[in-house]
Design a protein around this ligand. Sequence first.
Ligand code: ADP
Length: 314
Amino acid sequence: MASRTRKRTAKANRARLQRQTQDANEQLVLSSVRQHERADAAEDLNSRLQTEIAERKATEEALRQAKTELADRAVQLEALVAQRTAKLQETIGELEGFSYSIVHDMRAPLRAMKGFSDILAESYGAKLDDEGRSYLRRIATSANRMDKLILDVLSYSRVLQMDLRLEPVDADKLLRGILESYPDFQEPRADVIIEGGLPEVMCNETGLTQCFSNLLNNAVKFVPPETKPHVRISVERRGQRVRFWIADEGIGIEEQHFDKIFEMFQRVESSYEGTGVGLAIVRKVTERMGGQVGVESERGHGTRFWLDFQAANK
Ligand code: ADP
């Protein structure tokens, strides 16, 4: 009886062991399959990563090449621009010299016209009637006007070529010198005063003389007929800048003309003598000296021109 029971127990144990071994085998097979699957996935990922790295490297190389090409192109372009600028400047210089000599040569036939019309008036004036003499006068006036125009164009052209080296300029001394040199800026013809002392500015003496002279000429010119011009010159400190004011009590300018009057040959008042070049010169010279020019005015209530420059540091 005991032996039969032992046999049954042993059989049951064997059966359980068999099941456990089978389960363990199944688990082993399953885990081996999973490992294969993972290895495949890892290989796949790895190959994708390799491709990506290769692509990135290729992109980086292309970028580096593009950068090098761009830098080369920039250097080439800069050289080309410098070369063309030099050529352009050379051509401009030649053209300026050419037009200067043409304009200069135009004065010779003009002088002949003026001279012969003077001789005609003196020697044959008595033989002409009033109408004939009037024509002669008009020829002389036109020739004079043409000559003034040529002289102004020549001085504008000189301004373009002038070497305007900047240095401290004593504006007070310079301005008083101008006032003393021209009777048109003195009593009894005009009342021009300088309010206070004027400082030193970073300018060019010739350039500043030209600006002050042109502005003063206009200030005493554009007054109603038979009126004595009154002009005040003052200074305003604006930090590192100095602003000169030239204020007259003349006919004034309407605001719509403020920009136009600084352009070449632009005039508002044709009943006054002039060529429309003076203010164009002032603007060009001022800008070439690192300064600025402007105007404030009201028709019939005088005009205030200003010139703005860097103060000379002392
Ligand atoms: P121009 O004096 O030979 O006419 P400008 O270039 O000096 O030429 O001046 C241009 C124009 O600006 C003048 O014709 C005039 O109409 C106006 N203008 C300049 N300065 C004054 C001033 N101080 N008062 C009134 N008008 C002025």
